[in-house]
Design a protein around this ligand. Structure first.
Ligand code: HEM
Ligand code: HEM
Length: 243
């Protein structure tokens, strides 16, 4: 017998039955329950007597696209992992071109992809970094020594700067060496050569790449320490099953 059937007989029993129905209909994880779902029941008498219509609503206005003070919204989590994967891929492809054992033709082919995807990373990175600046950083999961909190802050800001500095320096180096960039058919035209600018951008591209390696060692090491040693929510709240 459903809540609706019972409602015909007895609104009080029906209220309890509707609650049970709701509990069955919505089974979010305990973390998500309070923040992501607002369960609302409205009981509307639609006919004289005892016929009640129960509605179960999932509120959408509380959907966590934005960050709260202590959890990352969906946009931040997607942004983080899309850009993380792209930056690690770009870093590896750059290092393989520079120090790998490949022939000139292979390096040339990798270079084409490196530049095209790198420009897309720049475009997406502007949105990703802008979103973080607008949303601000959220609270740390746990109380930690001051130096650790400062190290995390500096690393996060450093990574945000690198997300823009790497593709921008690559682009400036390339076009001011007088070469165009073909982004899957969209051409960014070559500029008149400016040697000092291209060289400065090239050096930036190289040094910032190694800075990124250092920041990632700290960043990934920190995330793993929180997860496996402190056993806290730091890594889980950046995942897709956590609040
Ligand atoms: C999105 C982030 C990017 C990362 C993480 C990245 C990473 C790297 C790395 C690690 C190297 C090797 C550096 C070395 O010699 O030690 C490299 C080389 C290079 N990258 Fe990128 N890159 C990015 C974006 C771009 C973009 C957007 C362009 C151009 C449109 C570009 C053009 C180049 C070129 C031309 C080289 C060869 C350097 C040379 O000829 O001296 N990169 N990149
Ligand atoms: C396997 C690789 C990675 C892991 C496991 C990881 C893990 C995490 C975790 C757990 C947080 C949340 C920290 C907190 O809440 O205090 C975080 C935040 C952050 N991560 Fe990563 N991360 C990785 C790669 C990257 C990469 C490649 C970048 C950028 C180049 C990056 C940039 C950031 C930034 C800027 C934040 C601060 C919050 C935000 O704006 O998203 N991460 N990361």
């Amino acid at each position: 017998m459903t809540a609706r059937d019972m409602a015909v007989m007895d609104p009080v029993t029906a209220t309890a039955a509707a609650d049970a129905d709701m509990a069955r209909a919505f089974k979010p994880s305990p973390h998500l329950f309070s923040e992501q779902y607002g369960l609302q029941r409205s009981a509307t008498q639609i006919a004289p007597g005892s016929l009640w219509k129960f509605q179960m609503q999932r509120q959408t206005d509380t959907a966590p696209l934005n960050d709260s003070s202590s959890s990352y919204g969906l946009v931040s989590r997607l942004n983080h992992w899309i850009v993380a994967a792209a930056m690690i891929g770009m870093l590896v492809s750059g290092l393989v071109m520079a120090y790998g054992p490949f022939e000139r033709e292979t390096v040339f082919a990798i270079m084409g992809w490196h530049k095209a995807i790198g420009v897309l990373v720049l475009a997406y990175g502007i949105w990703r970094v802008g979103w973080r600046v607008v949303q601000g950083f959220i609270k740390q999961v746990s109380v930690m020594p001051r130096w650790q909190a400062i190290a995390a802050k500096v690393t996060h800001w450093g990574l945000l700067v690198v997300v823009l500095a790497m593709p921008l320096s690559g682009l400036v180096m390339t076009i001011y060496r007088g070469r165009e960039v073909d982004v899957f058919g969209l051409i960014i035209p070559a500029q008149n050569k400016i040697e000092w600018l291209a060289n400065a951008a090239g050096l930036t591209h190289q040094y910032v790449a190694w800075t990124l390696v250092g920041l990632l060692v700290l960043h990934i090491g920190g995330a793993l320490k929180h997860h496996f040693i402190d056993s806290d929510m730091t890594l889980r709240r950046m995942g897709f099953r956590a609040a």
